[in-house]
Design a protein around this ligand. Structure first.
Ligand code: GLN
Length: 451
């Protein structure tokens, strides 16, 4: 049924870069055979899923939305891919994304934009717009995203779906193409809080192949989603997540959510976190710096595209020609920014200062979580904007992640879930819930209560 749905609508939505029709049917038949043989089935047996094209898959291409990896079929499965298969999930295909996960609209994909199923002329968020659009258009009931600065939560918010950025280190990064390694985090996307929890449990947990993976039990997310409640909880509202640039309808729906939390028995505490105002600036030094280093491996020798290798040019020239042809504008902008920020003489002024700001933000979160159990905010300042509106204005694009970035810098956990439609445009609004590191279960407890 989902393959038929993809066939019917994906020409318009363009959520998928690759649909593995035969592979998906084979996986589904294998589940049937297991069932018929009385074998033990995985926890998500037979449930179809759309996988962001940033995770390696040995039987499907992995492009990261870039021309530089066009046609590359990895020789191995990411740990997350392996865990999905072990859970007997049926992987439908790979979803569209901003190139190397850099963007907030999926317009930076080298393979063309994805439409928001609520209004195909608008963006589905980014970088994981393909995954969120697949959910919102009922092409898949589950999806996987990655969140470096908001790429799971912001797409969830603008498509009226649920997305969770687990605690940094909660889900393995092995086989997830790196953008900014100290921030990147894979996580679950779904249409309900419980569905997200079931997927979260299937993909989370320690992985010896990822040195930053946390070696501790997975927080009890499914149990929390089943027992949703905010009775007696302290909920923080941060002053810095409001003001100029926030759409009236977004603020209205957020304020109603806060009233709902109060009526369900939560105590609301106002918080002041002044360093959060510096998060965007710190992020746009740290993320490009790590990106410039990570993307050095795309040198035309190891993977994918190779341009100009005609026997007359040096290896260096081939590398330069390949990177010129294979990377899009936003990726080049970030590599240049990051290389500059890391150069000797500038390191302390830029990268070093940004790391200090990061520490201050982490401390401010710690202080906040001495007073509250979770923090809530709008996920994004506005609803889905029209395709093209911010394409030539990087700063305007970066502002879409104003509320999501502080969490990535601190490494804690956050969820976005729908909290109604904005009255002025009828488009979905997202409520963000933030919890301390390794307290991901609180997101589901609160999320299930207000869903
Ligand atoms: N929009 C942010 C960026 O462009 C975040 C992207 C992400 O989370 N992958 O960097």
């Amino acid at each position: 049924a989902h393959l038929a749905r993809i066939e019917a609508v994906d020409e318009k939505v363009h959520a998928f870069l690759h649909v593995d029709r035969e592979g998906a049917l084979a996986q589904a038949r294998a589940v049937d055979a297991k069932k018929a043989a009385g074998e033990k089935l995985g926890p998500l047996a037979g449930v179809p899923l759309a996988l962001k094209d940033i995770f390696t898959t040995k039987d499907m291409p992995t492009t990261v939305g870039s021309k530089i990896l066009e046609g590359w079929v990895p020789p191995y499965d990411a740990t997350l891919t392996q865990r999905l298969k072990a859970a007997d999930v049926v992987i439908l295909g790979k979803t569209n994304m901003d190139e190397f996960a850099m963007g907030s609209s999926t317009e930076n994909s080298a393979y063309g934009p994805t439409g928001n199923p609520w209004d195909l002329t608008r963006i589905p968020g980014g970088s994981g717009g393909g995954s969120s659009a697949a959910l919102a258009s009922f092409e898949a009931p589950l999806a996987i995203g990655t969140d470096t600065g908001g790429s799971i939560r912001q797409p969830a918010a603008v498509t009226g779906t649920v997305g969770v950025k687990p605690t940094y280190g909660g889900v393995s990064r092995y086989g997830m193409v790196a953008f900014s390694s100290s921030l990147d985090q894979g996580g679950p996307c779904a249409r309900t809080v419980l569905d997200a929890a079931l997927l979260h449990e299937a993909i989370a947990g320690h992985d010896p192949m990822d040195s930053t993976s946390i070696d501790a039990p997975v927080p009890p997310v499914v149990e929390a989603a089943r027992s949703g409640s905010v009775q007696g909880m302290r909920v923080g509202v941060v002053k810095q997540f409001s003001g100029k640039g926030y759409q009236a309808g977004v603020v209205q729906r957020f304020e109603e959510s806060v009233e709902l939390l109060k009526s369900l028995g939560a105590t609301v505490v106002e918080l002041d976190c002044p360093t959060f105002d510096l998060a965007l600036s710190a992020y746009y030094l740290i993320a490009p710096s790590e990106c410039s280093s990570n993307l050095a491996r795309f040198d035309a020798m190891r993977y994918g595209l190779r341009v100009g290798d005609d026997g007359t040019k040096s290896a260096e020239d081939v590398t330069a020609l390949t990177r010129e042809a294979g990377f899009g504008d936003e990726v080049k902008r970030r590599v240049i920014l990051g290389t500059y920020a890391l150069s000797s003489g500038y390191y302390d002024a830029y990268y070093g200062s940004a790391q200090k700001v990061r520490t201050l933000i982490t401390r401010e979160f710690e202080q906040a979580f001495e007073q509250v159990d979770v923090i809530v905010s709008p996920t994004t300042p506005t609803t889905a904007f029209p395709i093209g509106e911010r394409a030539d204005d990087p700063m305007a694009m970066y502002l879409a992640d104003l509320c999501t970035i502080p969490t990535n810098l601190a490494g804690n956990a956050a969820m976005s879930l729908p909290c109604g439609l904005a009255p002025e445009d009828g488009l979905p609004v997202g409520l963000q819930i933030i919890a301390p590191a390794m307290k991901d279960d609180r997101l589901y407890k609160v999320g299930a209560a207000v869903e």
